[in-house]
Design a protein around this ligand. Structure first.
Ligand SMILES: N[C@@H](CCC(=O)N[C@@H](CS)C(=O)NCC(=O)O)C(=O)O
Length: 209
């Protein structure tokens, strides 16, 4: 069985959404970033991954896959026909990678990652908020009436949904069509269930210090 190292409501939530939407069984292992410990198997997080970042997906042969873009596409390919990703030889696959890369670099790493670091002060947060405005405006122009690629929820939508759920906690008001996109994603049963599991777990999870 696959194993996913994650932290509740961190970017690894996109992998959980994909696993659940694809109907793929996995064991979920929470990581406490403060103590740098994997809570279920007691491993030091540095021993799980030298990158010390979630998601980490343990594949059936015991090897480790990291990086959201790779992990999400791996999961999607386990569920062909689910709509989680266009097939590898479909030109739409490049569109998927384009979005995964955009969300990963422009929203996640350029904005959310520094914003939620405990050492980031309020002045820096204000600068980050200012800077991400154009990115939010760009996404708002791109979003249509369905999902990023077509009528089906893909792993790019999963990554963007996670990002938007967190953006809402930064004081940025989302344009209406991004809020509608968020609602469309949350109307998918497996996606809503994945988010609900991690929201619930967050209530009693050790805070990040
Ligand atoms: N390049 C990695 C970055 C993943 C990443 O930044 N994960 C965050 C959670 S959203 C993390 O593990 N943070 C650990 C920490 O803040 O100590 C990817 O795209 O998967």
């Amino acid at each position: 069985m696959l194993k996913l190292y994650y932290r509740p409501m961190a970017c690894s939530l996109a992998a959980r959404m994909a696993l659940m939407q694809g109907g793929i069984d996995a064991e979920y292992l929470p990581v406490d970033f403060t103590t740098q410990t994997s809570l279920k198997d007691g491993l030091s997080f540095a021993d799980v991954t030298a990158k010390k970042r979630v998601p980490v997906l343990i594949l059936p042969d015991g090897s480790k896959l990291t990086e959201n873009a790779a992990v999400l596409q791996y999961i999607a390919d386990l569920a062909p026909g689910s709509g989680l990703a266009p097939a590898a030889d479909d030109p739409g696959r490049y569109r998927l990678q384009e979005w995964l890369s955009f969300v990963g670099t422009e929203v996640h790493k350029a904005f959310l990652f520094p914003y939620f670091r405990p050492e980031t002060d309020d002045d820096t947060k204000a600068i980050l908020r200012d800077r991400v405005g154009e990115t939010v405006a760009y996404m708002s122009k791109q979003i249509g009436d369905a999902f990023l690629l077509d009528e089906k929820f893909s792993v790019a939508d999963a990554y963007l949904l996670w990002a938007l759920l967190l953006v809402r906690f930064t004081g940025i008001e989302l344009p209406d069509n991004l809020t509608d996109f968020l609602k469309r994603c949350m109307a998918i049963e497996a996606v809503a269930a994945a988010v609900a599991i991690e929201r619930e777990e967050m209530q009693s999870f050790p805070p990040r210090t």
